[in-house]
Design a protein around this ligand. Structure first.
Ligand code: AMP
Length: 150
């Protein structure tokens, strides 16, 4: 089995992303790997379709601007240069997979909430990324369910 050389860290830019990033950093150091970061913006039109009878473009622009500056800050704190910061539009599951493939990543790292019950075994995004991924996927346990029995 070969080492991980390129790591794709998927972040939703919530506080939990820090915990997932710490794990990614450990892998980067262990394998002397290159770290990439991806954040996917879900277009409002995808989520709401024609349900909202107003022009969402201004709101969408604000969301994009905020996401761009959050991603930049987050990536800078991890010393990830701009060329390895990926801000993408679409559905998180498929876009994370696509971005990882395009970058030639050998592993995708996502957060997982460790929810209980079959359907909630992994956070939904983590689950979606795992299915159909062409490389390894590492789901890092996040959230505060640690005290519950597994
Ligand atoms: P969720 O299933 O939404 O609770 O998210 C679990 C994990 O999926 C997060 O910790 C991230 O690693 C990843 N993820 C969720 N949403 C996004 C997004 N919009 N962009 C990139 N990664 C995401």
């Amino acid at each position: 089995m070969s080492d991980y050389r390129k790591i794709m860290l998927a972040v939703d830019l919530t506080e939990e992303s820090l915990k997932v990033a710490q794990r990614a950093n450990q892998l980067v150091k262990a394998f002397d790997a290159e770290l990439h970061i991806v954040h996917v913006i879900e277009p409002l039109s995808l989520a709401y379709g024609g349900d909202v009878p107003m022009d969402l473009s201004t709101v969408q622009e604000q969301i994009q601007d905020q996401a761009a500056s959050h991603l930049r800050e987050f990536a800078n704190s991890l010393n990830v240069p701009e060329a390895r910061q990926h801000l993408i539009f679409g559905r998180p599951e498929s876009e994370i997979q696509r971005t990882a493939e395009e970058a030639g990543a050998d592993v995708i790292i996502v957060g997982s909430h460790g929810r209980h019950g079959l359907a909630l075994l992994l956070g939904s995004t983590a689950n979606g990324v795992l299915h159909g991924a062409r490389c390894d996927v590492l789901a890092v346990r996040v959230g505060n369910n640690d005290s519950e029995a597994d």
